[in-house]
Design a protein around this ligand. Structure first.
Ligand code: ADP
Ligand code: MG
Length: 660
């Protein structure tokens, strides 16, 4: 059903919803909250410095508003809580000013700063809160707020019929809540218990569907026959001998695994996992070379244009005699057509590009190998998207997020795995320190040392998605501070998700060419970007990240033989963060990440791909995942699977495997 069919939903709103990936009513009601705000008045006794606070009171004066620019503003006023009077500041709510007359009863939600007796509010509600309210929080945008989305969903719910799609046997086995009630509940929870019950069903659904896809891929994998190539291993050894460095033991082992896959008649479906900087790229290049010697075209897909161009440059340097094409969004329509024609004619040996372009109706001449870099960013659904003339290419996935073996076996159950655990020699571990915000001066001095040594620095300011307005504010404040400290001696760049792609690339290029020495960014620093002269990364509010995510970020530095540093600034959870000061081994870090409760999502940075479940979390819901694994495998084998009423599930699975 189309969004237009909902009464009172205008085209502008629809456009904003589209920007969030919501295109129809189903998308809308399946747009689950990513967390809940439990609203209970804070007991005045529990009010502490820097703690979260929810408190009601009367406004004491007329708010004053300060405009930074067209988009950013800051409003402040006094709130009388009955016990004390506090300053309240709130960003980007200037539009509330007319309603905030003196003596208005409101509830303020925010963070309390004792020294300044100030509440930095994230929200203001009119009236008092009398009982516990559970408020769903949705990923929102500048243009459409979480509460607006909530209202739209309530509006849309009566329009749709919601039916169970899990097998009956499973619903009965776990006494799951009815799907319709579950969907209503997650969007409009009345109490925690019912909410948990609803979440249980929806999480299970995600995990079950995912495991069903994996199980199905595994089955089709067994049946598929691959291409067997005749390639003498000497040639590979000769090439390896020409490299400026010696491959590590694990790199060699991975090359051998891949060589065996490519020269045998079983189809390759392999995951190459290894820490950032462990040297996966060269292994992928050698794989492309083996495939080329075997007489087939190969494709390397990168998640971003920046990475694609980086791979292209490196590859053409190593293999000047191969015909290589770079396929990215920057190409003009005609250039793209030309390249595609050459690919189809078979005059191109290796195609390097972004995922979208490589899979977009390119017709290959004889595609034999497909490699996806940073595979965790792509979903299972995309694993099978490549169209080719009757060939089933061998597939290699690369991931820089090592995950513990038990999880790998479950999540990548359909694949063989090669792991690179040893780092290239000569690599120095990144020296990691945890600092509190009070120690910022030390940090600035450490930065100064790096600048003086003509090195470059990443500064990361994490962005919470629900309130990116405030965070943008933060990142500009941070820029101001950095300008004050270093503006005279170096160039400072700033990058965040709201900057256009073309501009991002320009900034990244400048950083690469050392025209920018300090790059302030949210976590949009591209995975895999290689700027060897960057020797320091400073991460603010680092407690907001999981250890693996921090480890990934840390991997941006330490890419040569210089001493490099990672500074984690945090006033909380310093003990957890200390794990990173003790090890530079991504496998160990991810084990710790799994062991520690409550911290971070294993794949770290936000990403698309099926493993980025809307509700389920692989770590916290691991038991549920194991159930879903077993149940889905039984279901695949049972006669129930063939019933017409499970077509919805089947379609989901089939969308993910059409390698023909
Ligand atoms: P990642 O695994 O993160 O993709 P890269 O492949 O980008 O890592 O490798 C990081 C850097 O290490 C590259 O500059 C690469 O040339 C270099 N490198 C790779 N293998 C070795 C090795 N065996 N010895 C020394 N340097 C290596
Ligand atoms: Mg890489």
């Amino acid at each position: 059903m189309q969004l237009q069919e909902i009464k009172g939903l205008g085209l502008t709103t629809i456009k904003y919803l589209n920007e969030l990936g919501i295109y129809n009513v189903d998308d809308l009601i399946n747009y689950y909250p990513f967390r809940y705000e439990i609203l209970e008045n804070t007991d005045p006794k529990d009010i502490q410095d820097q703690s979260k606070i929810i408190i009601g009171g009367l406004t004491e004066n007329i708010p004053s508003v300060f405009h930074f620019n067209r988009k950013l503003n800051k409003m402040s006023f006094h709130l009388n809580t009955g016990n004390f009077i506090a300053n309240v500041i709130i960003f980007n709510r200037a539009f509330l000013k007319p309603k905030l007359k003196i003596g208005t009863t409101i509830t303020v939600i925010g963070k309390y700063d004792q020294k300044h007796n100030t509440i930095t509010a994230s929200d203001i509600k009119f009236g008092l809160i009398n009982k516990t309210v559970i408020e769903p929080i949705y990923h929102s945008s500048f243009k459409i707020s979480s509460s607006k989305i909530s209202k739209l969903i309530s509006k849309a719910l009566p329009y749709v019929s919601i039916t169970n799609y899990l097998p009956d046997s499973i619903i009965n086995k776990y006494h799951f809540m009815d799907r319709k009630k579950a969907i209503q509940t997650v969007h409009n929870p009345k109490d925690k218990q019912t909410l948990n019950k609803a979440l249980e069903l929806l999480k299970y659904e995600e995990l079950f569907t995912f495991m069903l896809k994996i199980g199905n891929l595994k089955n089709s994998q067994k049946k598929a026959t691959g291409l067997s190539r005749i390639v003498p291993y000497d040639k590979i050894e000769t090439f390896i001998g020409t490299l400026p460095f010696k491959l590590t033991k694990d790199q060699l082992k991975a090359v051998q695994n891949i060589y065996e896959d490519l020269t045998s008649s079983t189809k390759m479906n392999r995951l190459l996992q290894g820490d950032v900087g462990s040297g996966k790229t060269i292994v992928s290049f050698i794989s492309l070379y083996i495939n080329y010697l075997g007489g087939y075209q190969g494709a390397l897909m990168a998640p971003t244009e920046i990475l694609a161009s980086q791979h292209y440059l490196n590859f053409t340097k190593l293999f000047p005699n191969l015909k290589v094409a770079l396929l990215t969004g920057k190409l003009k329509a005609k250039e793209k057509k030309d390249i595609q024609a050459q690919i189809a004619a078979g005059t191109i040996d290796v195609i390097i590009g972004t995922h979208a372009l490589i899979s977009e109706n390119s017709i290959y001449h004889n595609l034999g190998l497909v490699i996806t870099d940073e595979q965790h960013r792509f979903g299972v659904a995309q694993r099978g998207n490549l169209k080719n003339k009757g060939l089933t290419p061998d597939i290699l996935y690369m991931s820089a997020t090592p995950i513990p073996r038990t999880y790998a076996l479950t999540l990548y159950g359909d694949m063989d795995i090669s792991s690179i655990r040893t780092m290239p020699s000569g690599r120095k571990p990144v020296k990691t320190y945890v600092k509190t915000s009070k120690e910022i001066k030390d940090v600035l001095y450490m930065m100064l040392d790096q600048i003086k040594a003509h090195h470059q620095i990443y500064v990361v300011a994490p962005l919470i998605e629900e309130s990116d307005k405030i965070d943008l504010e933060n990142i500009y404040q941070l820029e101001e501070k950095m300008q004050k400290a270093f503006g005279k001696i170096c160039h400072i760049g700033i990058m965040h998700g709201k900057i256009k792609d073309t501009e991002k690339e320009q900034i990244m290029d400048k950083f690469k060419q050392n025209q920018i020495q300090i790059l302030i960014s949210t976590t949009v620093i591209e995975v895999g970007v290689d700027v060897a002269n960057a020797t320091m990364i400073v991460i603010f509010d680092s407690y907001r990240f999981g250890l693996s995510a921090l480890h990934q970020l840390r991997g941006r530095v330490g890419r040569n033989n210089l001493d490099s540093y990672c500074i984690l600034i945090s006033d909380k959870e310093t003990q957890r963060l200390n794990v990173l000061t003790k090890t530079n081994d991504g496998f160990k870090v991810s084990e710790e990440d799994f062991k520690l409760r409550g911290g971070g999502d294993i794949f770290g940075l936000r990403q698309s791909g099926d493993m980025n479940f809307k509700l389920a979390n692989i770590k916290n819901d691991y038991q549920l995942l194991l159930k879903a694994k077993e149940d889905s495998s039984n279901f695949l084998k049972s006669p129930e699977y063939n019933l017409e009423k499970y077509n919805y599930l089947k379609n989901q699975i089939n969308n993910s495997v059409n390698l023909d």
